[in-house]
Write a protein that binds this ligand. Structure first.
Ligand SMILES: Nc1ncnc2c1ncn2[C@@H]1O[C@H](COP(=O)(O)OP(=O)(O)OP(=O)(O)O)[C@@H](O)[C@H]1O
Ligand SMILES: [Mg+2]
Length: 448
């Protein structure tokens, strides 16, 4: 069975979390002290582990999770770890709530599109294909009717061979052009959809590899059996992909526009109906994925209300929210609520909390980050950074690693020493220092 994947873009901002490979749990879902790049925060990791199990067994649909805790305590890190544990078959979409506000579309439209990017549809399809190594390909070239100095193929003759059979086909001008554009040539092993003519190059045959030796492509075995056969394909597309494909079909303007734009609700409803029919006919399966909305406090009351309603639909993803706010105003209102989230939404969320790190944990996280970035740290420099992490924040200490390393390099040293850390900490203040500075400055202005 072939697997053709088309899953929504997974991560854009993983830089700071590139050391995280998973939740670091044992088979009883107990958190190991340090594993998969994660340190401490055991309760939250174990909670996340159960949630991964529930998601994988389809028992989380329409539910939501809130990860709440002070800044820099690993909320985003844990969400990243959840996505790693889920594997690539389950869509995982990460956004910051700020991304819903743009001049291109209504915020609720941006939210619903994002939600639909987090729902996969696994489509199974049996198609008749021609499969084999190309052993002959002759184009019949004629002058281009619009530009006689150019030649285009009017047709082509294609010979495909498996280990057991050889067949020759005559190919239309449209297909022949497609071959030319895709650089299809003798020696390629290909699969051609008999009905649509869509061609996929699987690789080069071993024989061709020896002859040309151009590198950069997969060398594959020549298939066995018949050239023409039925093959089962599995595609994972998202509801949003289907919405877009359908929207394109109904509007001519989209031909000229590559920008993201609003999609009619009727189109989404038609897609839902279509997908439901496929599911009933056993041709497709719904794969509810995860939508992780970071910096949830940036959502306003309208977005919250809209999301709450959308979560009730049978085609809703699992929502993970993250907040570092305690009691605060729900954006767009004067209502104070826990985490700035409306109570009716909070009511349906499972809540995971993260706690402040101990000195040792901060130190271990810094060691892991340094190793991930290939930065050598002197023992005392590590202690100094850890102190800064304790006194200011873990994030601040993590962020000082890169500039400190640059200072080490300027000294022609490959190793970060205390002086490099101090120099970096002098140049880059943390957020408390910078706001204190501005406050002092404001006061001075007022007394003028
Ligand atoms: N338990 C942990 N183990 C390993 N690395 C961690 C852990 N917790 C946090 N980190 C790392 O520390 C940095 C800060 O953590 P993160 O961004 O996840 O905090 P946060 O809780 O999302 O903060 P904020 O509320 O500001 O969004 C990141 O680089 C993250 O990968
Ligand atoms: Mg975060």
């Amino acid at each position: 069975m072939e697997e053709i994947r088309e899953i929504a873009t997974r991560f854009e901002r993983i830089g700071a979390h590139s050391h995280i490979r998973g939740l670091g749990l044992d088979e009883n879902l107990r958190a190991k002290d340090v594993a998969d790049g994660l340190v401490g925060q055991r309760k939250a990791r174990e909670a996340a582990g159960i949630i991964v199990k529930l998601i994988q067994s389809g028992k989380m649909a329409g539910r939501g999770i809130l990860i709440a805790g002070p800044p820099g305590t690993g909320k985003t890190a844990i969400a990243v770890a959840i996505s790693k544990e889920l594997g690539k078959d389950i869509p995982f979409v990460q956004v910051s709530a700020s991304e819903f506000y743009s001049s291109e579309m209504k915020k609720t439209e941006a939210l619903i599109q994002t939600m639909r990017k987090a729902i996969g549809v696994r489509i199974r399809e049996t198609r008749t294909v021609l499969e084999g190594e190309i052993v002959g390909l002759d184009y019949n070239m004629v002058p281009n009717p619009y530009n006689p100095t150019q030649k285009i193929p009017e047709s082509a003759t294609l010979t495909l061979a498996t280990k057991d059979e050889k067949r020759t086909f005559s190919v239309s001008s449209r297909l022949a052009l497609q071959f030319l554009y895709n650089g299809i040539e003798v020696g390629d092993v290909v699969v051609i959809d008999k009905e649509t003519g869509r061609i996929s190059k699987i690789g080069k045959s071993e024989k061709a590899k020896k002859k040309y030796d151009l590198g950069d492509y997969d060398v594959v075995e020549v298939p066995k059996g018949r050239v023409e056969k039925d093959k089962e394909f599995t595609y994972v597309v998202t509801l949003h992909d289907l919405d877009e494909a359908n929207a394109r079909r109904t509007t001519i303007f989209s031909l000229f526009s590559t920008e993201s734009r609003e999609i009619d609700n009727e189109i989404r409803e038609a897609v839902n109906e279509q997908v439901k029919r496929w599911v009933e006919e056993g041709r497709a399966e719904l794969v509810p994925g995860v939508l992780f909305i970071d910096e949830t406090h940036l959502m306003d009351i309208e977005l919250f209300a809209f999301m709450n309603r959308a979560m009730e639909s049978e085609m809703a993803p699992i929502i993970i929210l993250a907040s570092n706010r305690g009691f605060s105003k729900i954006r767009g209102t004067d209502i104070v609520a826990p985490h700035g989230i409306p109570l009716d939404l909070l009511d349906r969320l499972l809540i995971i909390t993260t706690e402040e790190y101990s000195r040792d944990e901060i130190k271990t996280i810094l060691e892991i980050r340094a190793a991930e970035a290939g930065i050598l740290l002197d023992k005392d420099a590590l202690e100094k950074l850890t102190d800064l992490g304790v006194a200011n924040s873990l994030r601040y200490a993590v962020q000082l690693l890169a500039p400190a390393y640059e200072y080490a390099k300027i000294r022609n040293s490959g190793k970060v020493e205390v002086e490099d850390v101090e120099r970096a900490a002098n140049i880059f203040v943390d957020v408390n220092q910078s706001s204190a500075y501005l406050k002092k400055w404001e006061e001075k202005m007022l007394t003028l």
